[in-house]
Design a protein around this ligand. Structure first.
Ligand SMILES: [Zn+2]
Length: 242
């Protein structure tokens, strides 16, 4: 017996009782793990429940082609299937409440911005979004064809709503890849997550980084996103839109 164990057993009777108690508690666990060759005893993580968030999808149309999505309802479901696969790591999923087709507003200003006639502006982009049919207080996602390299998507916390494009900034249509990843990123903003720096491992909230996995989230991001999700409202929903 080493001196530390001896010290516990000989000089601290209370500790000895405690050791005996642990021996009684641990004995069945040792037995279980020894009696099963299939591997170590299963470690049960603290249980977390799936958080389901409703989202209304607004498919925009316009005579200005970049504002006019070509996505069908089935394709929207395909994109959200991948978005939900990405957010499964946080046990968060979006359930499509409805899909609406609406006309984009203010297409002339949007076109002027894409053509470089007026400066890039979040306000101009926000001005194309019709507001009559928002699922206010829950999630609204607007989909257009293309932001033509300006961005993959944008989250407007003041509305609140996410805008995402069917084509990625390179003009590619990859619904279960870039399209879904960019939308999943914008929804990350809607769950309070800011951008994080590029790392070789990659992160959903590191846009434009070459990385092994551009969809992963850290434990801290999962915690923050779940805190927001459990409120039932997107981040910034209390702000007035200007
Ligand atoms: Zn972002």
């Amino acid at each position: 017996m080493n001196s530390i164990a001896k010290d516990l057993l000989v000089t601290r009777p209370r500790a000895r009782r405690s050791l005996l108690l642990w021996a009684v508690i641990l004995a069945p666990m040792v037995f279980v793990s020894c009696s099963d060759d299939s591997g170590p005893a299963e470690i049960v993580a603290p249980s977390r429940s799936l958080v389901t968030l409703r989202v209304r999808v607004h498919l925009l149309s316009s005579e200005f082609q970049p504002l006019s999505t070509e996505l069908t309802e089935d394709e929207v479901a395909t994109v959200f299937g991948r978005v939900n696969a990405i957010w499964q790591q946080a046990l968060i999923r979006w359930e499509i409440e409805s899909i609406l087709r609406e006309d984009a507003l203010n297409a002339d200003a949007f076109a002027a911005m894409l053509n470089g006639q007026i400066p890039f502006s979040d306000n101009v982009i926000a001005s194309v979004l019709p507001r009559e049919n928002l699922l206010s207080g829950e999630w609204d996602v607007f989909l257009i064809l293309s932001l033509e390299g300006i961005a993959g998507g944008i989250y407007f916390s003041g509305i609140p709503a996410a805008l995402s494009a069917e084509l990625d900034p390179d003009g590619q249509r990859q619904l279960t890849r870039a399209t879904a990843r960019i939308l999943a990123h914008e929804l990350g903003h809607s769950l309070s997550l800011p951008h994080v720096p590029c790392t070789p491992a990659g992160n959903l909230m590191s846009p434009g980084c070459a990385a092994a996995d551009r969809t992963r989230l850290t434990d801290a991001q999962v915690e923050a996103a779940r805190r927001q999700a459990l409120t039932g409202h997107p981040f910034g929903s209390g702000l007035a839109f200007n």
